[in-house]
Design a protein around this ligand. Structure first.
Ligand SMILES: *[C@@H]1O[C@H](CO)[C@@H](O)[C@H](O)[C@H]1NC(C)=O
Ligand SMILES: *[C@@H]1O[C@H](CO)[C@@H](O)[C@H](O)[C@H]1NC(C)=O
Ligand SMILES: *[C@@H]1O[C@H](CO)[C@@H](O)[C@H](O)[C@H]1NC(C)=O
Ligand SMILES: *[C@@H]1O[C@H](CO)[C@@H](O)[C@H](O)[C@H]1NC(C)=O
Length: 221
């Protein structure tokens, strides 16, 4: 082998490595890197469902899959509430007011479910009640009704990561490891994560979402 050839080989390997490195930085990320996963079981959450029906009429947990459903004609979650119907996993065990927090879950929305919020970061300065809402309208996954995260979301599992940096007032939304949205926080003194089905405007008669591998994470300090 002459030295020119070796040199050429060396340079092309470097270029190849560079290309591989660049390609991987364009691929999906692990948004949970540098976060720690906190203990999570039923003592950290409760199910909110229409107040006049038993929980097993709107929620099931089988083979690691939470299934939550609600009807447009259902009652709110409490007798005094004026809000639309919901069946939600309300995570009351990790209320936070500072720091960087993350929700991770694998979600599935069946065809036909529309006009709903499937995940929310509760708590904001009035007049808002929430810092983020991930919704489904007409088959699209959306941030509120403002921007489309994924145009076509029905009938497939996807991974949702929502990161809330309270002090920096920032929310980041990742779908399947890709950053889809960076939004402003909305203030508030106490926050909590929720997921499931919560009717919004233009809601379909039947609404359902399924969840597995739900994790609550906090950034290491
Ligand atoms: C839930 O997890 C906590 C912390 O790991 C533990 O102390 C508690 O016993 C668990 N509860 C249930 C119902 O498994
Ligand atoms: C967490 O916040 C929710 C909603 O603001 C509240 O209902 C709940 O009592 C709080 N839980 C704890 C443990 O502070
Ligand atoms: C979804 O479809 C309904 C009915 O066609 C329409 O009124 C609504 O504006 C649509 N929503 C979005 C966010 O596109
Ligand atoms: C959808 O909701 C919007 C806002 O609530 C409302 O103005 C519109 O009439 C609704 N469209 C349908 C088809 O129900």
């Amino acid at each position: 082998m002459n030295s020119l050839f070796v040199l050429g080989y060396f340079y092309s390997s470097c270029i190849l490595l560079l290309l591989v490195h660049q390609a991987s930085s364009w691929g999906p990320l692990d948004p949970t890197k540098s976060f720690i996963s906190l203990p999570f079981n039923r003592s950290y959450y409760h199910i909110q469902k229409p107040y006049d029906v038993p929980e097993n009429q709107r929620y099931s947990f089988k083979n690691g899959v939470h299934r939550l459903w609600v009807f447009a004609t259902d009652k709110p979650h409490t007798i005094t509430s004026q809000t639309k119907p919901r069946t939600e996993i309300a995570i009351q065990g990790y209320n936070y007011s500072s720091g960087v927090w993350q929700f991770e879950g694998h979600a599935y929305v069946p065809y036909g479910t529309s006009g709903i919020c499937i995940m929310q970061v509760f708590g904001a300065d009035p007049p808002h009640a929430t810092t983020a809402m991930i919704r489904v309208y007409n088959g699209s996954l959306m941030y509120y009704q403002e921007s489309v995260l994924v145009p076509s979301i029905y009938n497939r599992w996807f991974r949702l990561n929502v990161i809330h940096d309270v002090n920096a007032k920032k929310v980041r939304v990742y779908i399947d490891g890709f950053l889809k949205l960076e939004a402003q926080g909305r203030g508030g003194t106490s926050h909590a994560f929720k997921c499931g089905v919560y009717a919004q405007n233009n809601d379909s008669y039947y609404m359902e979402s399924r969840w597995k591998n739900v994790k609550i994470l906090k950034k290491c300090d």
